[in-house]
Design a protein around this ligand. Structure first.
Ligand code: DGL
Length: 291
């Protein structure tokens, strides 16, 4: 119930826009790009900014209090500076905890990214579903609530991964990451007994879809990996309202603004992933040093 109410609350604040909408996409690192690329594809009319709180990475390791403060400070800094029409929190670890406080502080819509338990359990034939996520997301009450509400009749295995988001960052940085290291993290998702085996794995950290090809290649047997990004893109579109000039997507030429809190983001990598030009990356000097 609480979850449904939260979803409805941000539907009410949908802006009626008559110009290029501006959207801020947030993550602890590069994982949010798996969501950003879908949203950018869905909204060629929008201008985008992307922020990675890399000084706080990995979020999976932070206490709840630290996480709420970091996200509040970094997002707050950019909301006041950029005045976006909408913010996408492209991070499960942050969304499952910090959305109520963000919504309380800013009168714009926030679209979160939360474990896709409902579609995964609806689609599973074997009724064995695994949720692969950071330790933070795994221990959240919010995640437990999703399982209570949407997983009845399913045997759900929660798989906390301490290292996988960092391994994805390493892959994207061009470092060699062994199959064994990835397999150690995803192995516990694959559960089998005499009757059935896991057929669906929820990718409940936005980093993971960025190495989907390796996850598929390393799976002991084929499963459906569920990535929430297309659903998030649809949600963003429904909140922004229709693209008023779909034939003239001038905003695709507007360079994406890139922000981080520790090291400058890799502009070429992000431009290639998103398919848009990017501005020279900026490192925010407002990193929450007190944390
Ligand atoms: N990409 C983030 C998520 O979706 C988490 C990565 C991290 O641990 O910072 O949960």
């Amino acid at each position: 119930m609480a979850i449904a109410a939260a979803v409805e609350r941000f539907a009410v604040v949908s802006p009626a826009l008559h110009r290029e909408p501006s959207v801020l996409v947030f993550d602890s690192g590069l994982g949010g790009l798996s969501v950003f690329r879908e949203v950018a594809r869905a909204r060629p009319d929008a201008r985008f900014s992307y922020v990675a709180d890399d000084a706080g990475f990995p979020y999976g390791a932070l206490s709840d209090q630290e996480l709420i403060r970091r996200v509040g400070e970094v997002v707050g800094t950019l909301v006041h500076r950029l005045h976006p029409d909408l913010v996408v929190i492209a991070c499960n670890t942050a969304s499952t905890l910090a959305l109520p406080s963000l919504r309380a502080h800013h009168a714009i819509p926030f679209v979160g990214t939360v474990p896709a338990v409902k579609p995964a359990c609806a689609a599973s034939v074997s009724r064995k579903v695994s949720i692969l996520a950071t330790p933070g997301t795994v221990r959240r009450d919010y995640t437990a609530g999703l399982i209570r509400e949407f997983a009845s009749g399913c045997d759900v295995t929660l798989v906390p991964s301490v290292r996988l988001a960092g391994l994805v960052e390493a892959v994207l940085a061009g470092d060699a990451v062994s199959d064994g290291a990835i397999l150690d993290e995803i192995g516990p998702c694959f559960v089998a007994d005499a009757a059935s085996r896991t057929d669906t794995v929820v990718l409940a950290c936005t980093h993971y879809p960025l190495i989907l090809d390796r996850l598929e290649a390393l799976s002991p047997w084929p499963v459906a990996f569920v990535d929430p990004a297309p659903a998030i893109a649809r949600r963003v579109t429904s909140l922004l309202g229709p693209d008023l000039e779909p034939s003239a997507p001038l905003a695709t030429m507007t360079p994406v603004r890139l922000f981080s809190t520790r090291a400058a983001l890799d502009a070429a990598l992000i431009s290639a992933l998103i398919g848009r030009p990017v501005e020279t990356p900026e490192v925010l000097d407002t990193a929450p040093a007190a944390l």
